[in-house]
Write a protein that binds this ligand. Sequence first.
Ligand code: SF4
Length: 211
Amino acid sequence: MKSNKVANKLQIDTVIKNLEKRNMKGYYCEDRETACQLILSMIKDKSIVCWGGSVTLGEIKIKEKLAERDLEIIDPYSTDDPAESIERRRRGLLSDYFLMSTNAITMDGELVNIDGFGNRVAGLCFGPKKVIIVAGANKLVQGLDDALPRIKVNAAIPNCVRLNRNTPCTITGVCSDCLTEDCICSDIVTIRYSISSNRIHVILVNEDLGY
Ligand code: SF4
């Protein structure tokens, strides 16, 4: 194993231990294929599955695999009708399984996320019975002070560019803490502990995934 992979594994093992004290369950996966298989094994047939917007979920190709299963899938992003998309986001908050990535995870096991509409962080906090998070090693940060700078530079700005948003960062490449209609940074949420046991499951993958 290359030394950067070994270092990632050591860091992920530390994060998994620290997630435990925060009443969240962590898992190590060597690669995206293993992560995809693990998610499939966690989801029972005939359940309701929804997800938050995530490049990572696209990269591990979990949606295609779930489509082959006996599940009720609520996909807020597969419609061009804005009202229908909002309605699906609302219904997704009562799903059995909610899939997402995280924008950052500290070495001490805190999850930090920024959201535009808020459906992703809402599902993370409360509603869906189980939350399954998949994150590449690129999402690891040392501490909370490092989380927001990472998210702004590596996630929010590239996402604004990808989504063709009319925000200052798509012109300057720099976050100016905008208050615009197109802003995707409305809500900033840190999960430091899960009151419910066996609810938040965090799959950490030893490769770069998403933003
Ligand atoms: S400029 Fe606005 S949309 Fe862009 S990263 Fe900053 S807060 Fe988010």
